[in-house]
Write a protein that binds this ligand. Sequence first.
Ligand code: HEC
Ligand code: HEC
Ligand code: HEC
Ligand code: HEC
Length: 234
Amino acid sequence: MKTRIVLITIVAISLLVTGIAMAGIKNSKHDLSSGSTTTSQKSDVVGSGGTDQLCVFCHTPHNATAGFNPLWNKSLNSTTYATYGTTINGTANVAGTLSGVTKACLSCHDGVNAINSVVNLGGAASNVKISGAAAGAVTIATAGNLGTNLTNDHPVSLTYIAGNASLRALSGTGSTSVVKVSANATAGTDLPVGSGAAAKVECSSCHDPHGTGNGYFLRATTNQSNICLVCHNK
Ligand code: HEC
Ligand code: HEC
Ligand code: HEC
Ligand code: HEC
């Protein structure tokens, strides 16, 4: 009897630990390592041109791309994007003028830049071999491919002007600006809209690429459109 209780406890604890690990990057769709269980496009096994590293697809501790934080392990994006344009309230974003974090996401999600090309793996630039694909650069092959035409996506790299589109007041200024989730929606974290000196909405305002425990790496849930209501008082 005692052994059974102990066993049940052990199973319960390991389930709990697995549950917590799921909220992080391991086995999320951003775990492109050879051991990943989720992503359809992931690294081949070590020894066949692949890697079991997780962070390396985005970050490197040394010899990162200069002038593009945080320690970015991909080349600067030279693609020109068609941006949303002018909103009903007259806020414009000009073609090609996307800020850093958004460009970081698009360095895989635009369907042009390779998901497996890194600036530094073991001291050299490399195309990590993707399992089942030919050696060389591989682009994203799923609904995650947003393309270079962002006119049909929620505007990004756009100045956040409280009041427009019923947008709620900001807390903080410049790079520390957030929209407080606590007062507006029931679950999630405050949404960061800080980008340099200006408050702007970026891909990372709604998503945390390291995983959140919510679907789609979202910082607040889509239940009752929680995530939208954090910013828009509709
Ligand atoms: C799919 C790409 C991707 C992967 C994989 C990834 N990161 Fe990040 N990381 C980013 C992006 C994009 C940012 C910038 C986010 C922002 O400014 O909001 C970032 C920012 C960070 C930051 C600084 C901001 C913060 O939240 O503290 C740290 C530290 C970090 N990552 C660590 C890691 C580590 C450690 C791993 C591996 C376990 C990892 N990342 C894997 C994309 C990634
Ligand atoms: C190293 C390449 C890379 C970078 C950089 C990257 N992603 Fe991804 N992302 C992927 C891949 C690969 C997938 C999985 C596609 C699939 O298998 O469906 C994915 C999936 C996603 C998904 C879908 C998750 C799901 O549960 O279906 C979201 C949302 C996402 N990424 C957002 C972002 C955002 C936001 C950023 C920047 C902060 C970012 N990604 C940066 C490669 C990347
Ligand atoms: C205003 C909030 C917001 C911004 C900004 C945003 N997203 Fe999303 N994104 C969402 C929501 C919400 C979903 C989930 C949609 C659903 O449930 O169908 C999503 C889904 C996704 C998906 C899954 C595939 C799909 O089409 O549903 C990807 C990939 C993705 N986002 C990437 C990005 C990237 C890259 C950026 C920046 C260019 C970005 N997102 C900017 C809110 C946002
Ligand atoms: C991080 C804050 C933030 C979140 C979260 C957010 N938005 Fe927005 N949204 C903005 C900003 C900033 C604008 C631009 C307002 C302006 O100045 O015109 C905007 C504009 C819009 C517009 C108007 C576009 C136009 O042409 O006038 C719509 C519609 C919209 N958002 C829908 C949504 C929906 C749906 C969601 C949830 C999936 C969402 N937003 C989540 C910040 C946000």
